[in-house]
Design a protein around this ligand. Sequence first.
Ligand SMILES: Nc1ncnc2c1ncn2[C@@H]1O[C@H](COP(=O)(O)OP(=O)(O)O)[C@@H](O)[C@H]1O
Ligand SMILES: CC(C)(COP(=O)(O)O)[C@@H](O)C(=O)NCCC(=O)O
Length: 316
Amino acid sequence: MTTENKIHNALYLAFQRSQWAELRESVPLTLVESELNKLRGINEQLSLTEVTDIYLPLSRLLNLIIGAKQKRGLVLSKFLGRNPPKRPYIISIAGSVAVGKSTTARILQALLSQWSEHPKVDLVTTDGFLYPLAELKRRGLLQRKGFPESYDMKMLVKFISQIKAGEPQVKAPIYSHLSYDRIMDKQQVIQQPDILIIEGLNVLQTGQDAAVGIQQPFVSDFVDFSIYVDAEEKLLKKWYVDRFLQFRGGAFSDEKSYFHHYSKLGDDEATSVASNIWDSINGPNLKLNIEPTRDRAHLILQKGKDHLMSQVLLRK
Ligand SMILES: Nc1ncnc2c1ncn2[C@@H]1O[C@H](COP(=O)(O)OP(=O)(O)O)[C@@H](O)[C@H]1O
Ligand SMILES: CC(C)(COP(=O)(O)O)[C@@H](O)C(=O)NCCC(=O)O
């Protein structure tokens, strides 16, 4: 057994796909029509077997864990003799570019909002906290998008601490993949949801990581439950290139798109451009700054070919 496997065994309970799916059988769960429609809207390629085998048991597990936290809150209120402000339960989703963080986040948002104990589930992505394009250019970071130094970490930590403090209204910046920049005149307003899901490359990073610098506290200090979505790099690169090719026929064809010039590329050229972006930016960022944070997560979702989950690791 490799040292890495030994560490995993000590820290995590490992479930092969079929074992994890069985956990659902002991607690029958069904999808209502409104849930199904929402999920179909998230991603046409998402298989419903994946939802029932993987995401429904996960939704049930999270519901139980959140329930325990809510009970603990009641104990604390009794002890203090007053009701503390309503604080959202915070779930983070980390992982490589193109691993499926935003798809996973949106599936969980749809499923978790079905529970009467926590119907209001909001979702924030950390790309809004990337420095605006002009600032990235000024700092010479255009080829380092997604690296720790490309984010306004102070702003992100301030945002998450306001959420955690139960502030009635907290604003988050929004990123546009079309303009490749922060949208300056629009913000996302978060108003005391029951659950906040925060999704991004960097949500498990701390000051120990290569380029974050000395920054305390970290996003993970405010997070109640963290998820890392994992896959082998050769799959990640393929999913990145496939998504790029999809965008070429879709979002990039919009004249307002920062990448409009890519819409005119043929298959081979587009594949080579996307491969180069992967090899020069997203691949190195994965190895240097993202993958090393994996074993901090409470739950690791390991994906194989076609985005199918092969293994689930849950912290003991
Ligand atoms: N469970 C899934 N089943 C099928 N395709 C998926 C699944 N999750 C993600 N994808 C596809 O993989 C690509 C990357 O997913 P996305 O959620 O955009 O990743 P990220 O937010 O990590 O960059 C997209 O093309 C998406 O449609
Ligand atoms: C916007 C991203 C940094 C991801 O940000 P996240 O939401 O994970 O914080 C990434 O998708 C990106 O644009 N990377 C730069 C290289 C590329 O074009 O893929």
